[in-house]
Design a protein around this ligand. Structure first.
Ligand SMILES: NC(=O)C1=CN([C@@H]2O[C@H](COP(=O)(O)OP(=O)(O)OC[C@H]3O[C@@H](n4cnc5c(N)ncnc54)[C@H](OP(=O)(O)O)[C@@H]3O)[C@@H](O)[C@H]2O)C=CC1
Ligand SMILES: O=C(O)[C@@H]1CCC=N1
Length: 271
C-alpha cells in the first residue's frame, strides 16, 4: 500500500486544527486529490472549506487510513465517530501527543492496526519529521503505508519502543515552537540594539532558516559549523560566552525545557 492506495480508497482526518491542517496542506500540495479526503471537525476553518475535501460528510466504507489529530483530552468525545472503521481494513494513525497505542486499542480493538506518530508543523511545507511506531497488529505493510503517508510531508524515523515517544515529542514535536521563539527573541534583541523591527525580523528569520538548512545539508556537524562562524576573540565568541554559560546558558535551559515537555507528555499518557 502506498499514497496511490490512499488516493483510491480515501483518507479520513479526525480533527483539522493546527497539526491536521499542516499535514493536509502538505498532502494536498504533494498531489493527494482533495476528493480522496474526508475531514471530521466541529468548526472547519475557512482554509479547510476552500480545499475541496469532504467535510463532516458520510465516511467511505473502507478508507486506507484514518488519522487522528485531535487534542489528547478530546479523544473520549472524538473517537466514537470512527468506531465503524475499527477492526476492518483501515489503518489508524494517531498524531496525538501523550496518547498511548493502548488507548486506541481500547477504543477499536487490539486487532486493529494502529501506528502512533509524532509529526511537526513544518509538514505544511514538506519539511516535517515524523517518528513512528506501530502496535502488534500493525504489519510491515501497515508501517510502510504510515511511512509513505508521513514521508509525503517530510522525513520519517522508526522508533524501537513507544516509551521513546515522550522524548521525541519534546524534541521534534514541540521543537518548532522553540525555534520560532528563538526567531522572536533574536529579532527583539536586534531591536534593542537599534534596528527597525521589520529589518530585525527579516535578519532573524533568514538567519535561522539558512542556518537550519546548512546544518541539514552540510557534511560538517553543527558543532563544527558553529566553530566556522566563531573567529578567535571575535564577535561570535563574545556572544557564545553568554549563551554557553554553564549555569545560566542555553544548554541547561534547553535541557530543562525538553525535560518539562517530556514530563508533560508522560503525564498526559497516564490520562
Ligand atoms: N500543533 C502541533 O505542532 C502538533 C500537534 N500534535 C498533536 O496533534 C493533535 C492536534 O493538535 P493541534 O492541531 O495543535 O490542536 P488543535 O486544537 O489546533 O486541533 C484539534 C482540532 O480537532 C477539533 N476537534 C475537537 N473535537 C473534535 C471532535 N470530537 N471530532 C473531530 N474534531 C474535533 C478541534 O476543533 P475545535 O477547535 O473547534 O475544538 C480542532 O480543529 C494533538 O493531539 C497534538 O498533541 C502533534 C505534533 C505537533
Ligand atoms: O504542545 C503540544 O502538546 C503538541 C504536541 C507537540 C506539539 N504540540
Amino acid at each position: 500500500m502506498n499514497m496511490d492506495d490512499v488516493a483510491r480508497r480515501g483518507l479520513v482526518l479526525l480533527g483539522c486544527g493546527k497539526m491536521g491542517s499542516a499535514l493536509l496542506d502538505g498532502w494536498l500540495k504533494g498531489g493527494l486529490p482533495a476528493a480522496s479526503v474526508w475531514v471530521l471537525d466541529p468548526a472547519p476553518s475557512d482554509w479547510l472549506q476552500k480545499t475541496g475535501v469532504h467535510i463532516n460528510a458520510g465516511l467511505p466504507d473502507d478508507p486506507a487510513v484514518a488519522l487522528v489529530a485531535v487534542k489528547p483530552q478530546m479523544m473520549g468525545d472524538a473517537l466514537p465517530s470512527m468506531q465503524a472503521l475499527g477492526g476492518g481494513g483501515t489503518l489508524f494513525v494517531s498524531a496525538a501527543a501523550g496518547t498511548p497505542l493502548a488507548r486506541f486499542e481500547a477504543a477499536f480493538g487490539a486487532a486493529t492496526p494502529i501506528v502512533r506518530t509524532m509529526p511537526n508543523t513544518p509538514a505544511a511545507i514538506g519539511r516535517g519529521i515524523s517518528a513512528l511506531i506501530g502496535n502488534a497488529a500493525a504489519s510491515a505493510d501497515h508501517i510502510a503505508l504510515a511511512e509513505a503517508l508521513m514521508g509525503a510531508v517530510g522525513q520519517t524515523v522508526r522508533l524501537d519502543h513507544e516509551t521513546q515517544m515522550d522524548a521525541v515529542t519534546a524534541v521534534s514535536g514541540s521543537g518548532p515552537a522553540y525555534v520560532f521563539h528563538l526567531i522572536e527573541t533574536l529579532a527583539a534583541a536586534g531591536v534593542a540594539q537599534g534596528l527597525a523591527p521589520d529589518l530585525a525580523m527579516a535578519l532573524a528569520k533568514a538567519t535561522v532558516g539558512g542556518a537550519g538548512q546548512l546544518a541539514e545539508d552540510s557534511a560538517e556537524d553543527p558543532a563544527q559549523l558553529r566553530r566556522n562562524v566563531t573567529s578567535p576573540n571575535g564577535t561570535t565568541q563574545a556572544a557564545l560566552e553568554v549563551l554557553m554559560d554553564g549555569e545560566i546558558g542555553l544548554p541547561k535551559l534547553m535541557a530543562r525545557a525538553v525535560a518539562a515537555a517530556a514530563a508533560r507528555s508522560e503525564e498526559l499518557s497516564r490520562g
